[in-house]
Design a protein around this ligand. Structure first.
Ligand code: SIN
Ligand code: CO
Length: 374
């Protein structure tokens, strides 16, 4: 299904993105669910798929984690099944992410889908990421509060909630409605009937994550071996003192590592192109030879990118799932980065470059792109 989102993006970004929550009534007209509750329940039975069941009864909350073997114990009210990164496992669900590519790929994370029965929800909470919550089948009441400091607590070790809040948005959402929530705004959704919700989640690395990943990169590449030095050492009356100029010299030494453009770029490309969720990788057996890939494309076949694969372009270098691609054809790399489907038309002359063909073949053999006719 080709989902058409009725949204003026420049206006939305200027008024709401990272600023204010908003309900986009009928953002998707005539919305059709890409999957059924039964299919979602089936996915949550798979070991590779990250899922959880959240329920509550008289103010007591329960959380259990998938994979689930059965659902017989569940009643007709007050529970919700939440499945992460469904776009990685279910192609029609992945199509729902497409309209959001008006925002950059590197900021988009995954599609979380929830199925809730009446009264079902995860309770009042905040998220650290932007999210677009699309209402599928059923109606659900969503409340969003102002971004103010709120006390957080854990009614269950795996559930972080906030205290009750006053609503600035209180809306009964209907199929095709979209609720956008920037990071830090408290919200809660309670189902009024059996309901599916689709959360397009975003990704924003924290300083801690960045520093930790960059430090790993430095170690792995044995960078930064040069030591602190002080040929102009300043004598002092108190030997215990560390002088401000010395602290600054240490800081400069660390900043100098971050300010190396080549390694900084390479690290960030590798870091940000890694998926946070498992991918449905199925390498072809036997593997393809480059001439087979060439012949298939020349005959009119096309290659489809694996759903959820992160392919990012940084200063002309293309990174796929944590690795920088290597080949001489910059034009070919750009086609890989910008198109979700590859064919002889968009690849053009790049296919005649042996280094590009070798790289493409390696990607196909890695299960990252696959022939649609397969
Ligand atoms: C949901 O229950 O579908 C979304 C949960 C959330 O607000 O993060
Ligand atoms: Co949330």
């Amino acid at each position: 299904m080709d989902y058409q989102l009725d949204l003026n993006w420049p206006d939305f970004i200027q008024r709401y993105w990272q600023k204010r929550p908003v309900v986009l009534k009928r953002g998707f007209k005539n919305f059709v669910d890409p999957l059924s509750p039964d299919e979602l329940a089936g996915l949550a039975m798979e070991a590779e798929v990250d899922s959880r069941l959240v329920s509550h009864q008289q103010g007591k909350w329960q959380v259990s984690h998938g994979p689930f073997t059965h659902y017989d114990h569940l009643g007709e009210t007050n529970w919700s099944l939440l499945v992460q990164a469904v776009d990685h496992w279910h192609e029609p669900a992945a199509m729902l992410m497409r309209p959001f590519r008006m925002l950059p790929d590197w900021r988009i994370d995954d599609l979380m889908i929830s199925f809730s029965v009446p009264g079902g929800g995860v309770g009042p909470h905040l998220d650290q990421y932007d999210v677009f919550i699309i209402q599928g089948t059923g109606r659900r009441r969503w409340r969003v509060g102002e971004k103010i400091p709120l006390r957080q607590h854990c009614p269950h070790p795996d559930l972080l909630q906030v205290e009750p809040f006053d609503a600035i948005i209180d809306e009964e959402m209907e199929p095709g409605d979209i609720l956008y929530i920037p990071p830090g705004f408290p919200h809660e959704g309670y189902s009024l009937e059996n309901a599916l919700n689709y959360s397009v989640g975003f990704r924003a690395p924290s300083g801690r994550e960045l520093i930790s990943s960059f430090a790993d990169y430095i170690l792995q590449h044995e960078l930064g071996g040069e030591r602190y030095s002080d040929p102009q050492l300043v004598p002092r009356s108190q030997p215990a003192d560390i002088l401000p100029t010395e602290l600054e010299a240490v800081q400069q030494k660390m900043l100098a590592l971050i300010q190396q453009p080549a390694s900084f770029q390479q690290w960030f490309g590798e870091f940000i192109s890694q998926s946070r969720h498992e991918l449905d990788i199925a390498p072809p057996a036997p593997p393809y030879q480059p001439d087979e890939v060439y012949d298939a494309l020349a005959a009119g076949d096309s290659l489809t990118r694996l759903d959820g694969l992160r392919v990012l372009n940084l200063a002309g270098n293309v990174y796929v799932n944590g690795e920088r691609l290597r080949c001489d054809s910059e034009a070919g790399l750009q086609v890989l980065a910008q198109h979700l489907t590859l064919d002889k038309v968009n690849l053009g002359n790049a296919l005649d470059d042996p280094s590009f063909l070798a790289q493409l073949t390696a990607l196909v053999n890695g299960g990252y792109w696959f022939f649609s006719t397969q």
